[in-house]
Write a protein that binds this ligand. Sequence first.
Ligand code: MF3
Ligand code: CO
Length: 252
Amino acid sequence: MIRLKNEKQIDSIRQSCRMLSAMFRELMPLVAPGVATLDLDKWAQGWIKKAGARPAFLGYGPKSNPYPAALCVSINDEVIHGIPSKRKIAEGDLVSLDCGIDLGGFMSDQAVTVEAGAVEERLRALNTVTKECLYRGIAAAKAGDRLLQIARAVYGHAVSHGYGVVHQFCGHGVGFDLHEEPSVSNNPKGPNPRMLCGFVLAIEPMINLGTPEVDVLKDGWTVVTADRKASAHWEHTVALFNDRTEILTEPL
Ligand code: MF3
Ligand code: CO
């Protein structure tokens, strides 16, 4: 069931999204060679608590293996869901940061990929095109149109650059829960419902330099590319109205 959101509910989700983007704006400059990813997570947990909210990812998932952090920090061949650890960021790393905030029961979700120091040109190009994929996907998210328009926009742009588009993981509805229906695929296949006024979606292309295939590591979370080549990830939370689509999280 797709849960539509009214104006008042969207305003509450908007507040959550703005808080999340404000957090990211302070977090991104902390990404630098020599910094342990666990330190970024500690900082984010502190920031979110101080702001009077809850990290939406912390404790999420199966009871047997709940997600242990506020942030996902996914470096190079890690696509998504990298668990913060003692690992230190190195010069030239492509570092994806993903976070969600629960503000009074209203959920936001956003991700960026940050370049640590001097990054190889082909990785910078991957990152640029992945961000372009996100904005093309958002431009295709319109009430009245079909959901797979988003995937067509993302997929077409990525493939035109020879990249692999991850299909085992998707964007999603968001707002009352972190993950709601519908699933927002980046591949133009599968169910294709009409998008409606009141949809709130997390649109999140995950684009690989090489193969689109991925593996999940033994920790049960970390998703890596099957060929261990680099990957990038950008995400916004957006709300669909009859006459416009609003990006609720802020540009980063
Ligand atoms: N942000 C991820 C997504 O975009 C969700 C992370 S799963 C968690 O769908 F367990 F880390 F929370
Ligand atoms: Co998401």
